[in-house]
Design a protein around this ligand. Structure first.
Ligand code: NAD
Length: 380
C-alpha cells in the first residue's frame, strides 16, 4: 500500500506525521511512502532527507491524496482535505470525534476509514500508539522550559561567592502524563517540587520522582477519585479544601504548572485570580489546560502576559509543536506502530481488523458508517 503524509495546513503547526526514519520502518512492512513537498520543513526534515530514505516527494495535497491508500497527518483533516478522500482510503490522524461531529459526518460520507490517534484505548498493549501520552510528555517537559525562560532566577539552589540562592519552589497541579513529565524536568533542574492530583494513587509516583505530594485531609470515601484512571469532577467540599490549600501555597510558589483535565469537560478553574494576586513578582504560571479554557482564571489561550503584580501567565496551546522535531519523531513512531498492527503479515497489505480492540477503538468511521463511540475494550 502507499502511505502518504500531508503537509499540515493549520497556521503555526510545525509537526509532521512521517519522518525519514519512520518511513524506513514503514517500508519494512511492505508499504511505499510518499510525502507532500515541504511537509517536514518546519520540523527540520527536508525533501532531500525524505528522498534519501526512499520516500517519493509529491508536489501538493491533491496529488498526495490521489496517490495514497493511507493518508497520515497530525491535526484533524480540514474539510478541504476530507473532500479529496474516497472509498477504500484510510486517514490516520488526531480527530477528536466528540468535538468534530460535522467533520466526522463529512468523512463518513466519503466512504474512507478514519483512525483517530486520540481514540487509541489507553491499555498497556496500545502504549506504543498512545500519541496523547507522547505529546503530553513533551508538553510537560516544555512547560518547565517555558517557565524557566520567563523566570529570572535559577531552579537549583546555590551557594556562591556572590551569595546564597534559594531553590525555586514549583507546584504542579494534575499529575497525569504531562504533570509527571513536568515534575521530572523541574526536579532534574534542581527545583523543590510539590504536586497535587485528585487521584491519591499517584502520590507514590510523585514521590518516587523526587517531588512531594500535596495532601488534603479527608474522612474515608470523601475524595474525588473515580474509577478508570481518571478524576471525576470534584465535590464542593473537595474543591473548597483544594482551593484553601492552593491559597496557602500561592505566596510561597515561584512557578505553578497546571495540567488538570477531566475527559470530555472544560478544564476546572483551580488557580483563581486572588491566588495569582498573592504570588510574588517574577513568578510564572504555565497553564497546559489553556486549550480547554485553562486551570488558571486569568489564562488567555495562545497568549503570554504579565499581570499588574508581575506574574507571567503562559497560555500557549502548542507546546508539542514548539518542539516539532521531537514531537514529529515520537508521533511518527506512534503512527508506525499503528501501521504495524494494521499490517500483521508485513506484506504491504492493510488488514483493518475490527475485532482488534485497539484498531476498533481508534476507528471512528469505516465503510461508510460512523463507528464512534466504540464498544468498551474487552482487554485491559
Ligand atoms: P489528563 O490529561 O486527562 O488529566 C491530567 C491530570 O489532571 C489527571 O491526572 C487528573 O487526575 C488530574 N486532575 C483532574 N482534575 C483535577 C483537579 N481538580 N485537581 C487536580 N488534578 C486534577 O490525564 P492523562 O495524562 O491523559 O492520563 C491520566 C491517567 O490515565 C494517567 O496518569 C494514567 O494513570 C492513565 N493512563 C494510562 C495509560 C495506559 O495504560 N496506556 C496511558 C496514559 C494514561
Amino acid at each position: 500500500m502507499k502511505i502518504g503524509a500531508l503537509r499540515e495546513i493549520m497556521p503555526g503547526e510545525a509537526r509532521v506525521a512521517l519522518t525519514p526514519a519512520s518511513a524506513q520502518d514503514i517500508r519494512k512492512l511492505g508499504h511505499a511512502c510518499l510525502i507532500q513537498s515541504g511537509a517536514g520543513e518546519a520540523s527540520g526534515f527536508s525533501d532531500d532527507a525524505y528522498a534519501a530514505a526512499g520516500v517519493e516527494v509529491v508536489p501538493d495535497a491533491a496529488a498526495l491524496v490521489a496517490a495514497s491508500d493511507v493518508i497520515v497527518k497530525v491535526r484533524p483533516p480540514e474539510p478541504e482535505e476530507v473532500a479529496l478522500l474516497g472509498e477504500g482510503q484510510t486517514v490516520i490522524s488526531f480527530f477528536y470525534p466528540g468535538a468534530n461531529p460535522e467533520l466526522l459526518e463529512q468523512a463518513r460520507a466519503t466512504g474512507a476509514s478514519v483512525i483517530a490517534m486520540d481514540m487509541v484505548p489507553r491499555i498497556s498493549r496500545a502504549q506504543k500508539m498512545d500519541a496523547l501520552s507522547s505529546m503530553a510528555n513533551i508538553a510537560g517537559y516544555r512547560a518547565v522550559i517555558e517557565a524557566g525562560a520567563n523566570f529570572g532566577r535559577f531552579f537549583t539552589g546555590q551557594v556562591t561567592a556572590a551569595g546564597k540562592v534559594p531553590p525555586a519552589q514549583v507546584l504542579v497541579v494534575g499529575a497525569g502524563v504531562a504533570g509527571l513529565a513536568a515534575i521530572g524536568t523541574a526536579v532534574s533542574l534542581g527545583a523543590v517540587v510539590h504536586a497535587f492530583d485528585v487521584r491519591p494513587e499517584v502520590a507514590e509516583q510523585i514521590e518516587s520522582m523526587g517531588a512531594s505530594f500535596v495532601f488534603l485531609e479527608f474522612e474515608a470515601g470523601q475524595d474525588g477519585a473515580a474509577t478508570g484512571g481518571y478524576a471525576a469532577p470534584s465535590s464542593p467540599e473537595f474543591r473548597e479544601k483544594q482551593l484553601a490549600k492552593f491559597r496557602e501555597l500561592a505566596p510561597k510558589m515561584d512557578i505553578v504548572i497546571t495540567t488538570a483535565l477531566i475527559p470530555g469537560r472544560p478544564a476546572p478553574v483551580l488557580w483563581t485570580r486572588d491566588m495569582v494576586e498573592m504570588m510574588k513578582p517574577g513568578s510564572v504560571i504555565v497553564d497546559l489546560a489553556a486549550e480547554r479554557g485553562g486551570n488558571c482564571e486569568l489564562t488567555v489561550p495562545d497568549e503570554k502576559f504579565v499581570t499588574p503584580n508581575g506574574v507571567t501567565v503562559v497560555g500557549y496551546t502548542d507546546f508539542p509543536s514548539r518542539m516539532a522535531a521531537q514531537a514529529s519523531t515520537l508521533y511518527s513512531t506512534n503512527i508506525r506502530h499503528m501501521l504495524t498492527d494494521l499490517t500483521p503479515a508485513k506484506d504491504g497489505v492493510l488488514h483493518h481488523n475490527m475485532d482488534d480492540d485497539v484498531i476498533r477503538g481508534a476507528t471512528v468511521a469505516h465503510h461508510g458508517a460512523v463507528t464512534w463511540p466504540p464498544p468498551p475494550p474487552k482487554v485491559q
